[in-house]
Ligand binder design. Structure first.
Ligand code: PLP
Length: 405
């Protein structure tokens, strides 16, 4: 036995300084990009009275009937593992909800996951071999790039132009499809853009998947949060089922972010793989959260409409206060985000966000977090109480006016 091991006189040995240097951490994990939001969040954490416009989750609690039914399910035994793919009754409820699109969805195509992010992870892990390309939106939710990299794939960005209302151009998308392309990832309603795809774009992108043999991964987590004249058009209605993965969940529609409950609707042919993948990652989604989601889907839906209306009112406040500055990059049609452009004199989004926080006490996310095309924008989330939001927006407008050049 090494006498020095565990000896209080030899802390260096206990810390591993003798012998060979430790081998490197995973290259793949190191390659995963870091988010520029971290700096703003840690800066904001140290300051009192910050108006937080950086956090993308509903600011109201889960409806009481959902909480009550989850507790009573736990008392009656919802405390054990479920099957990898989730409780059959929940899979059936999700399938019934998806079938409201007019396209029947069989419960066997539904995999219950830990959050919508678990569904994304499952979809990408089901599809990607090393070197496979996945087309992801620019700007887009940062985890798209991270998961593609973690899965060993190559993220290839496709542009969503401000001038096109951040809608994808299907012809340009088609031109980016190569023999190495495995999947196209789309997100409507979009984060951070608030864009909602009209039917013709959904149909044209679906036609690319149909003709080119690539998969479509459609992140529809904000499906219930659409405003005014806009309508959510699901890819379920347009894409052949054998190449479509739809991501959604309870987080945004039912204010259930912390329950970590999402779902994947996948091709019948991929369901066994997607189900198997739950085992080494999470085994299954938490049983209490599955019970809660079932209560959410089968119970009264007023809270969904109340949330939608609330976010629409706040979107209106965004347009009313930021619109006149001339710096509103998007007129959001859905989700709960808005993009604001930087005045010319500003060096970059991180610096703009830092100054906004230090001078005005408002926290926002630098746009480069979502991709190069929003490098000169910041994203705000409409997820705080109305009056506080209006105050935050007024401060941003003041900051822009003070820095315009
Ligand atoms: N997809 C998008 C576009 C999101 O913005 C989010 C959360 O912010 C998710 C997926 C993940 O949702 P969940 O919290 O259910 O994992």
């Amino acid at each position: 036995m090494n006498e020095l091991a565990g000896s209080p006189q030899a802390p260096g040995v206990a810390q591993g300084s003798a012998g060979e240097a430790p081998r490197p951490l995973s290259r793949r994990a190191n390659l995963m990009p870091r988010s520029a939001i971290r700096e703003i969040m840690s800066l904001a954490a140290g300051r009192p009275d910050v108006i937080h416009l950086e956090v993308g989750e509903p600011d109201f609690g889960t409806p009481a009937h959902i909480v009550d039914q989850a507790f009573s399910a736990v008392r009656s035994g919802a405390t054990r593992y479920t099957g990898n793919a989730g409780r059959p009754s929940l899979r059936a409820a999700i399938a019934a909800r998806a079938s409201r699109s007019g396209i029947p969805v069989a419960p066997e195509r539904v995999i219950v996951t830990v959050g919508a992010i678990g569904a994304l992870f499952t979809a990408l892990m089901s599809l990607i071999d090393p070197g496979d390309e996945v087309l992801i939106p620019d700007p887009g939710w940062p985890n798209y790039e991270s998961i593609v990299v973690l899965a060993g794939g190559v993220p290839v960005r496709y542009a969503l132009h401000e001038s096109a209302g951040f809608l994808p151009d299907p012809d340009a998308l088609l031109a980016q499809v190569t023999p190495r392309t495995k999947a196209i990832l789309v997100n409507s309603p979009g984060n951070p853009t608030g864009a909602v795809f009209p039917t013709d774009i959904v149909a044209r992108i679906s036609a690319i998947a149909a003709s080119r043999g690539v998969y479509l991964i459609s992140d529809e987590i904000y499906e219930d949060i659409v405003f005014s004249a806009a309508r959510h058009e699901t890819f379920l209605r347009h894409t052949p089922q054998d190449r479509l993965f739809v991501i959604s969940g309870a987080s945004k529609s039912y204010a259930m972010t912390g329950w970590r409950l999402g779902w994947l609707i996948c091709p019948r042919e991929a369901a066994a793989v997607a189900e198997k993948l739950q085992e080494p990652i999470v085994s299954c989604a938490p049983a209490p959260s599955q019970a809660a989601a079932e209560a959410a889907l089968l119970g009264p839906q007023d809270a969904v409409e109340d949330g939608r209306r609330l976010f629409e009112r706040r979107r209106d406040a965004f347009v009313e206060i930021i619109g006149p500055t001339g710096m509103m990059a998007s007129h959001p049609q859905g989700a709960f985000y808005g993009l604001v452009k930087l005045p010319n004199a500003e060096p970059n989004a991180l610096e703009f966000a830092r100054r906004l926080l230090l001078d005005q006490g408002v926290a926002v996310v630098p746009g480069d977090t979502f991709g190069p095309s929003t490098a000169r924008m910041v994203r705000l989330a409409f997820t705080i109480e109305d009056e506080r939001l209006r105050e935050g927006l007024r401060r941003i407008a003041r900051h822009i006016a003070g820095n315009a050049a």
